[in-house]
Design a protein around this ligand. Structure first.
Ligand SMILES: Cc1ncc(COP(=O)(O)O)c(C=O)c1O
Length: 427
């Protein structure tokens, strides 16, 4: 009998995998295989023509990876998902699928530096036009739209500015212009926010972060929101007209709400090849079982730390969506459930020198170019994660010299605060 899976934590533990009927294995097996033995030449042909569902070659799909894809699609309220080798690969393959020469992309100014440079350094070379705008301001986004706009890209919570996107307003602008709203939900995870429920069409993750939760893999995923009515739009013939590379299949008709994910797998993952390894998918599938517990604790610890930092005289300002002082606190209260995440940005009054001294005085915190680990970590974005940006771009992204980004872990909050207290006192 099919299990009736309702609550988020129940689905996080039961979606994607139950047991192997041939052995009874309750643990998810790691299918270390490149290929899959076909029953006959006819079966092979129908798999290749997408007439039959199944596995062909592990670059395109793998049963262990499929377990991760199924659970994340379910948790994000999407229709299907495609796992990738990294968050960067997720964006690369998605944009390769939906953009061609002379197309236009609207990108949030405060997104992760790597997303910005992927578009401005790589896709611009192939003739994709990019407008970098403040996606916190729907009017600025609406002004940037052109008939060639394919998508609007934003982050639920920006890295590292911690601005909160006006998801519903952006979804309306995207829908009215036959464009897709793509939301990078890395900082929140579906335990705290489900952008599809607020109108996003596609959700992207760096699975490296909270989905993994332990900083032990690099991975990414694209979730199809399943909410695009391709047939009613004129701008997307690649979904509504026969695809020559697949014997004339019409993706919107053959795959319905899973058209985008299926085409991403069949036409971008197949050709570009940035697939996830089964071992990484196994670790991710296991970690997701505890996602909601972890996100609640990250959020509780981070709120206590943000309140502590707000009281310190060494600190010029603190940005955390859970603080009443945050400019997008009301938006965060509406979109997020069970907490405001584990990320905090704050600025030291002493600028770059104070920042260095502070980082060097930390003991429990590690200086790491990653976020979302169970262990607390700190970084100085201007000299590391965002160092590829010019000083003009840094300014526009709201990254000041004294800005420190904290990824608050799952340690005892008293120990986290003690460490910060000591490091601040050393300045
Ligand atoms: C918000 C966000 N999106 C995407 C990425 C890229 O992901 P990955 O490092 O897994 O390629 C990062 C990496 O830091 C990120 O912070």
């Amino acid at each position: 009998m099919e299990k009736d899976l309702k609550g988020f934590s129940t689905r996080a533990l039961h979606s994607g995998w139950d047991h192997d009927p041939s052995t009874g294995s309750f643990g998810l097996p790691i299918y270390l295989t490149a290929g899959y033995k076909f029953g006959s030449a006819e079966e092979a042909a129908s798999l290749f023509e997408l007439k039959k569902e199944g596995f062909i070659y592990s670059r395109i799909g793998n049963p262990t990876v499929a377990a991760f894809e199924e659970v994340i699609a379910d948790l994000e309220s999407g229709s299907a998902a495609v796992a990738t080798s990294s968050g960067q690969a997720a964006f690369n393959q998605l944009l390769s699928l939906i953009c061609k020469k002379d197309d236009h992309v609207i990108l949030g100014r405060k997104v992760y530096g790597g997303t910005l440079t992927l578009l401005s350094n790589i896709f611009s070379k192939f003739g994709v036009e990019v407008s970098v705008v403040d996606t916190d301001d729907p009017e600025e986004v609406a002004r940037a739209v052109s008939p060639k706009t394919r998508c609007i890209i934003t982050e639920t919570v920006g890295n590292p500015s911690l601005n909160v996107a006006p998801l519903e307003e952006l979804a309306v602008i995207a829908r009215d212009n036959e464009a897709l709203l793509i939301v990078d939900n890395t900082f929140m995870s579906p335990a705290l926010c489900r952008p599809v429920e607020w109108g996003a069409n596609v959700v992207v993750h760096s699975a490296t972060k909270y989905l993994s939760g332990f900083g032990n893999i690099i991975g990414g995923v694209v979730v199809d929101g399943g909410n695009v009515d391709w047939g009613s739009m004129k701008k997307w013939p690649e979904f509504t007209e026969p695809e020559e590379a697949y014997h004339g299949v019409v993706f919107s008709e053959a795959f319905g709400t899973k058209a985008l994910a299926t085409k991403l797998r069949a036409c971008a993952l197949r050709d570009i090849g940035g697939c996830m390894s089964p071992f990484d998918a196994y670790l991710l599938w296991m970690s997701i079982g505890t996602l909601s517990l972890r996100m609640k604790k990250h959020s509780e610890n981070a709120l206590a730390v943000a309140r502590f930092l707000e009281e310190r005289e060494e600190v010029a300002w603190v940005s955390y969506p859970g603080l009443e002082s945050h400019p997008h606190h009301e938006r965060a209260k509406k979109y997020f459930r069970e907490g405001y995440g584990g990320m905090i940005a704050f600025c030291l009054k002493g600028g770059i020198e104070a920042g260095r001294k502070f980082l060097n005085s930390l003991n429990l915190f590690s200086i790491i170019a990653n976020i979302g680990d169970a262990r607390s970590m700190a970084i100085h974005p201007a000299s590391t994660t965002h160092s590829q940006l010019s000083s003009e771009e840094l300014k526009k992204a709201g990254i000041e010299d004294g800005l420190v980004r904290l990824s608050i872990g799952l340690e005892d909050v008293e120990d986290i605060i003690d460490d910060l207290d000591r490091a601040l006192s050393s300045i």
